[in-house]
Design a protein around this ligand. Structure first.
Ligand code: NAD
Length: 303
């Protein structure tokens, strides 16, 4: 008699990003979900016809693919190495995809450990925020060896519009941090220009209209300002502390490579200063703009 094997997937980390991603990933799959916040896990399980694990200790033995969408490398390391140590629990030929924005060096080390026990490991961080996560149109940048990456693509397609294989394990995470440093620089640079425009009597919404029809435009000016700044809502769903984590990863890379990058390094230093001055406990990354409002005594809100 031929035994039919079926394999399941496990999605860990169901926050602002993981929740909509797990929902898009679920179609046609047997899915287990886990988050240290049991309410988040129960809600995603209900939305996906999946099963919420009360603890990773209960991971079923037929799970072969694990997707991580966690806050940082320390947490990724602990889930894989120690509590509960998925490296010890997953059988050989399993696949781990870390979609969190993690540290490239940590990722390269985890990928080497995984390879030594026959597990495929791929880093696949994303760009596009909650809005693109909800519609399954994230930009996904992938690090890993070609066989593992080819295997991972089937799992990434429901989540992304573009899937770019950058290079070996860790390079996806390096590319992600560098992109976010540029993105934060664009956000800050636009705040500076809008502040000067405001002091010269040009309203922020007018100046943005000009920028967005001109060469100074960026994703920040086209989307972040109209949706989250002019409205005064500051509700992008991407925390300033997560942005700062990315900026530190990127600036570490710059110093490791001894590269000259004065403008983006200044953007990082300015973001650190802004974070110290912000009063909210968990500011959204778009609140970086509030620092400039204080500095210049101008409002960058509409009307
Ligand atoms: P979030 O804080 O909203 O979600 C993180 C989730 O992980 C939470 O639900 C938390 O309870 C859970 N968690 C923490 N420790 C855990 C553990 N040990 N085991 C299981 N679950 C645990 O964060 P987010 O905004 O969804 O970001 C997740 C990752 O994606 C981060 O690495 C972030 O930098 C990256 N990212 C975020 C955005 C965005 O727009 N929010 C965009 C791109 C990338």
């Amino acid at each position: 008699m031929v035994e039919i094997q079926h394999h399941a997937s496990l999605f860990i980390g169901l926050g602002n990003m993981g929740r909509p991603m797990a929902i898009n990933y679920a179609a046609g799959r047997e899915l287990f979900v886990y988050d240290t916040n049991p309410v988040a896990a129960a809600e995603v399980a209900a939305a996906t016809n999946g099963i919420a694990l009360p603890d990773l200790e209960y991971m079923p033995s037929h799970v072969r693919t694990v997707i991580l969408m966690l806050p940082n490398s320390r947490i990724v390391e602990s889930v894989l190495r120690t509590s509960p140590g998925l490296f010890k629990r997953l059988p050989a030929r399993s696949l781990i995809i870390d979609m969190s924005s993690s540290e490239p060096e940590s990722t390269a080390a985890l990928a080497a450990e995984a390879a030594a026990i026959g597990i495929d490991y791929v880093d696949a961080p994303v760009s596009g925020g909650v809005a693109k996560a909800e519609v399954g149109k994230l930009a996904i940048m992938v690090g890993g060896d070609s066989t593992a990456v080819e295997r991972a693509k089937r799992h990434l397609r429901p989540l992304g519009e573009t899937i770019t294989h950058v290079g070996p394990a860790g390079t996806g995470h390096a590319a992600k941090a560098l992109n976010n440093l540029l993105s934060a620089t664009n956000l800050a640079a636009a705040a500076e220009i809008l502040s000067v425009a405001a002091t010269a009597g040009i309203a922020p919404e007018k100046m943005l209209e000009v920028i967005n029809g001109s060469t100074g435009r960026s994703q920040a000016s086209e989307f972040k300002y109209p949706r989250h700044v002019l409205t005064g809502t500051f509700d992008s769903g991407f925390a300033m502390d997560l942005m700062l984590k990315d900026l530190r990863i990127a600036t570490n890379l710059i110093s490791q490579q001894s590269a000259e990058a004065p403008i983006v390094l200044t953007a990082q230093a300015t973001a650190e200063k802004a974070r110290e001055l912000l009063e909210s406990a968990q500011p959204d990354h778009t609140e970086f703009v509030r620092y400039y409002e204080k500095l210049n005594g101008t409002s960058l809100r509409a009307g």
